[in-house]
Design a protein around this ligand. Structure first.
Ligand SMILES: Cc1cc2nc3c(=O)[nH]c(=O)nc-3n(C[C@H](O)[C@H](O)[C@H](O)COP(=O)(O)OP(=O)(O)OC[C@H]3O[C@@H](n4cnc5c(N)ncnc54)[C@H](O)[C@@H]3O)c2cc1C
Length: 497
């Protein structure tokens, strides 16, 4: 190990935390990742649905996602990619339409020809704009109405914005739609003939398993079930990282005890790997429920030279009491969008579309039919569908039981697809996350807290720093590489203590 090797803690084992860990370990630093959950991967983690393991939230890679592909390549999984040309549907005025090519767009009944031309022009115009900063100063509603017209805004854009942003679209800048359209056009700009969608066989569970192995080979320690409670700088210049007491370990172990599935096997593989804690997941013992008095004592705080937080900003503010008041305020003020996302395993397909956009009223804000992309053999010939509903973190749906969400969502499917039958539902699971991505409000980038905080050696890096893009693994990996590069430069320039 190099003499100036630093002992670095990373909070969060999402793609951001793990990619930063990889780069720092490669440069010879000692890295420990603290993860609150019982598995790695964060938003891209996997879970079981019925007897199958797949992503908790739908994930697709674009052919133009160079950073994701680079990472997958580095993990040795490039040959496991499968690339597919997918179709897009639009559910509008009670009917399902295909919108997968220009001809279908021209035939699209809900809009007259002039409106279609204006819509097409808006998308073309957005694809040509290179300076997004100007777009941060204008609301997305004003910008889209100016280019597409009020009618098209109400008929198409407003439902699509509501689907992703809820009523908060009113405070969102035009940079949001620009970034979305730019991602759609990335393939064409890079010279690829058409956009293809891809996934790694076995889904993100496969990628994460390999990622865990590579991190382990490089000496990175990963502590599962370790929610960081506080990060405090000491007088000697190092940091104390304190984890909440280990009682939650028991709760998680109990949760997994009832789900002995393929994924539990994956957890085991990760857990037993040297450097990974959380081995209690490996062999769930049939012991009775622990009592409060069995509480495990909190582990003593650990000392590190530097700490990098990759959790959402409000959580970062909570665990870093030494930041300046202004920084706390800036972090706490970042508004997030949450999600309720149901995974539904079905005996048969709903449609041929990977994405179905919905402009009518519906309990969910879109339909992602994963098996229009992923080979059905991954699910024993069944279909996997995701029903996402993007909501404000304070939305009452977060308090609703999974059963009531199931009832409402399945009723929505019955209304949209007359052939859909409840008896075809083999499994239904609900994921709820309050902080998924920051809302790109007006002048977003101007008030953004920097990654380097006022406390020397403490960094906060998360999806809020994806300022000119949408939330996806490609942007996340790109951000991780940029940050790690800056930190390594800082250390090389003598920043090391
Ligand atoms: C519904 C949905 C669909 C998506 N679809 C796609 C897609 O098709 N393609 C694509 O490329 N991307 C997609 N994404 C985006 C992708 O999942 C994210 O870009 C990526 O996972 C973000 O990684 P991250 O590390 O920044 O954050 P996260 O994954 O959120 O990681 C943060 C981690 O910090 C941990 N943490 C929080 N607080 C603490 C604490 N106090 N102590 C310790 N640990 C803590 C969390 O448990 C979590 O593991 C999708 C996301 C969602 C939600």
């Amino acid at each position: 190990m190099k003499t100036n090797s630093q002992n670095i803690a990373i909070v969060g084992s999402g793609f951001l935390g793990m990619t930063v860990a990889l780069r720092l370990a490669d440069a010879g630093h000692r890295v420990t990742i603290f993860e609150a959950a019982g598995e790695i991967g964060g938003l891209a983690s996997a879970w079981t649905i019925g007897n199958y393991t797949w992503d908790r939230h739908y994930h697709v890679t674009l052919l133009s996602d160079e950073h994701t592909r680079g990472l997958i390549n580095e993990l040795g999984l490039e040959d496991q990619f499968r690339w597919v040309e997918t179709k897009t549907g639009f559910y509008s005025d009670g009917e399902l339409h295909s919108m997968s090519n220009s001809l279908e767009f021209l035939k699209f009944p809900p809009l007259d020809l002039i409106s279609k031309l204006r819509l097409g022009y808006t998308i073309f115009k957005a694809s040509r704009i290179t300076d997004w900063r100007e777009l941060e100063k204008i609301t997305v509603e004003e910008w889209l109405t100016r280019l597409s017209g009020r009618k098209t805004f109400e008929k198409i854009w407003r439902p699509l914005l509501l689907a992703k942003l809820g009523e908060s679209y009113k405070h969102t800048s035009a940079a949001f739609i620009w970034a979305t359209i730019q991602r759609m056009y990335a393939a064409r700009r890079s010279g690829l003939k058409k956009e293809m969608f891809g996934y790694v066989r076995g889904g993100y569970a496969n990628v994460l398993k390999r990622f865990a192995e590579v991190l382990n080979e490089k000496g990175v320690e990963v502590r599962l079930n370790s929610p960081v409670q506080s990060v405090e700088k000491l007088a000697n210049g190092t940091f104390n990282v304190r984890v909440i007491d280990a009682r939650r370990k028991t709760d998680l172990a109990e949760k997994y005890r009832t789900h002995r599935t393929k994924y539990a096997a994956f957890n085991s593989a990760v857990s037993v790997a040297a450097g990974f804690s959380g081995a209690f997941l490996t062999e769930p013992e049939p012991t009775p429920r622990r009592r409060r008095s069995d509480r495990v004592a909190p582990p003593p705080p650990e000392e590190f030279d530097r700490v990098i937080l990759t959790c959402p900003s409000s959580k970062a503010a909570e665990i870093t009491p030494q930041l300046e008041g202004r920084e706390h305020l800036d972090l706490a003020n970042i508004r997030y969008q949450g999600i309720i996302c149901a995974s539904v395993l079905l005996r048969s397909s709903l449609s041929k579309f990977y994405v179905t956009n919905i402009t009518d009223n519906s309990p969910f804000t879109g339909i992602i039919e994963m098996t229009a992309l992923v080979n059905k053999t991954e699910f024993g010939g069944n279909s996997l569908v995701y029903l996402p509903k993007y909501v404000d973190p304070d939305d009452r749906l977060f308090d609703a039981s999974d059963d009531s969400i199931r009832e409402t969502f399945l009723a929505g499917l019955e209304k949209m697809y007359p052939r859909f039958k409840r008896r075809d539902v083999l499994a239904f699971r609900v994921s709820k996350v309050k902080r998924v991505f920051p809302l790109p409000v007006l002048n977003y980038s101007e008030d953004l807290p920097p990654m380097r905080t006022s406390v020397d050696g403490l960094y906060i890096v998360n999806s809020t720093h994806i300022v000119n893009g949408t939330l996806n693994v490609n942007e996340t990996v790109a951000l991780a590489k940029r940050f790690a590069g800056e930190l390594l430069d800082e250390l090389a320039a003598g920043g090391a203590r």
